[in-house]
Write a protein that binds this ligand. Structure first.
Ligand SMILES: O=C(O)CCC(=O)C(=O)O
Ligand SMILES: [Fe+2]
Length: 302
């Protein structure tokens, strides 16, 4: 999985059972591709670009976040056939109840979601209902360089970013399901004229998988929390100004209501080191500012 010897993502042709999904994928936080799972879903015929957008806009519990639509409760369930393992996951007490979301991505050709990881240690199950998307997943054991204190990778040349990283590159085709474990970086490009995928997200209450990115995320969130609640009005003001200046891309959140339980507890020294490591990315941030501006312009238009 290093550099040129890029392996393929573990792939099966039938949905795993609940126990198998937990044991081999969800507990270990390893990705999985299930081919052709949604081939017979009514949604494949029913969901047509303009009509689906209009329908989602008309539903009271669905919010249009610009890059995707999101609901905290089930929507359009009559159009899908949720696999049993997923039903069990979403109703299990191993996950935080308020972490479950239903998200809909309705994207035209060449829509790009740049490298990031989903915050709040979110697990994502995606089904490509229509069209095709090219995904690159990067392991949280070989994290990408990020803008300071964020979950967004520096907008740099992809070949350079992926050098010496453990990654999978593949197409998610019509009917395929993908399990994206927490803190795996991903970038996604829509490949057909009409591309529709549905996501379910959830956060486990507990994890024993302590990757490099997991440590960084715990430290980064710990620091952000201490800035937000600092006794110094100046620190609080700097924090608020920085948060306001950051793009709210798809509402990818900042607040961790209740952080996942894990054996990792960063020391004060680790937090201080993290602070300075994040600042070390300031030169790269400045160098890539033109890319940030052009990406934000595109995001604004979607
Ligand atoms: O489908 C896309 O363009 C991006 C999907 C994504 O980032 C996610 O599901 O977390
Ligand atoms: Fe994402």
């Amino acid at each position: 999985m290093i550099g040129d010897a890029e392996p393929s993502i573990p792939t099966v042709t039938a949905a795993p059972g609940y126990a198998e999904f937990l044991k081999f994928y969800c507990d270990k936080e390893q990705p999985l591709l299930v081919k052709g799972l949604a081939k017979s879903w009514p949604a494949r015929k029913k969901w047509v670009f303009k009509r689906l957008r209009a329908e989602l806009h008309s539903l009271p519990n669905v919010r249009d976040r610009g890059v995707f639509f999101v609901s905290r409760s089930p929507v359009l369930e009559q159009d899908i056939e949720m696999p049993d393992f997923l039903k069990e996951v979403l109703s299990s007490d191993r996950i935080m109840e308020d972490s479950v979301a239903w998200r809909f991505w309705v994207n035209s050709r060449n829509n790009r979601t740049e490298f990031h990881y989903d915050t709040n240690a979110e697990n994502v199950i995606t089904v490509q209902v229509k069209g095709r998307k090219e995904w690159v997943l990067v392991s949280p054991e070989t994290p990408l360089p990020c803008y300071p204190f964020t979950n967004f990778s520096l907008l740099k040349d992809e070949d350079k970013l992926l050098k010496k990283k453990r990654f999978y590159k593949f197409d998610l085709e019509e009917g395929d399901l993908l399990y994206l474990p927490p803190l795996w970086y991903h970038r996604v490009i829509a490949k057909e004229d009409e591309n529709i995928n549905i996501n379910w997200t959830f956060t486990k209450r507990e994890t024993s998988v302590i990757t490099k990115e997991f440590k960084r995320d715990v430290e980064r969130c710990g620091l952000l929390h201490s800035f937000k609640t600092s006794n110094s009005a100046l620190v609080r003001r700097c924090y608020e100004t920085a948060i306001r200046a950051l793009p709210n891309v798809g509402g990818i959140g900042w607040g961790l209501k209740s952080f996942i339980l894990s054996p990792y507890r960063p020391s004060r020294g680790a937090l201080v080191r993290r602070f300075f490591k994040e600042l070390l990315q300031i030169p790269n941030t400045l160098l890539t500012l033109p890319n940030v501006r052009s990406t934000l312009k595109k995001v604004d238009k979607t």
